[in-house]
Design a protein around this ligand. Structure first.
Ligand code: THU
Length: 145
């Protein structure tokens, strides 16, 4: 696993918090932000984007992954995720949903660091394997990634 320096972890959380400010969540009011560090050093942010028909809504993490992949990056070093109802001072840890864990599984190794934070001073780090044990991934299928 690539070691992510403390300053980079803090930067990712700050960028995730800024991305959260852009969340479109008029139905749940649960605003989520993500910041995904590409192997190329670029940071791709995302927020949740809800929809009146509910099903088309997209999570912050998937917004970030799909932005990155659509811009040519498919390898990642870490992701920071923040979310919750209310303002920044009211946040607690916001774990990614199962669908987003599976989307990360497509592009990230099992030791990929997932940073869950309330703020830059309170960051918990988990691996993808810890959050998605016994997972199904691209290596089970014959296609080229
Ligand atoms: N949400 C995310 O953006 N990421 C997650 O991993 C969990 C849930 C969003 C989806 C929806 O807009 C709102 O939070 C409430 O579920």
């Amino acid at each position: 696993m690539a070691v992510i320096e403390v300053d980079m972890k803090r930067k990712l959380v700050e960028m995730a918090l800024d991305a959260r400010d852009l969340a479109y969540a008029p139905y749940s009011h649960h605003r989520v932000g993500a910041a995904l560090l590409g192997k190329n050093g670029k940071i791709y942010t995302g927020c949740n984007v809800e929809n009146a028909a509910f099903t088309p809504s997209n999570c912050a993490e998937r917004t970030a992954v799909f932005k990155a992949v659509s811009e040519g990056e498919r390898e990642f070093q870490a992701i920071a995720i923040v979310g919750g109802i209310g303002d920044r001072s009211e946040l607690s840890i916001c774990p990614p949903c199962g669908v987003c864990r599976q989307v990360l599984r497509e592009f990230c190794p099992l030791d990929f660091p997932i940073l869950l934070a309330k703020d830059p001073d309170h960051i918990e780090s988990y691996t993808l394997e810890e959050l998605l044990p016994l997972s199904f991934g691209p290596e089970f299928l014959p296609g080229e990634k």
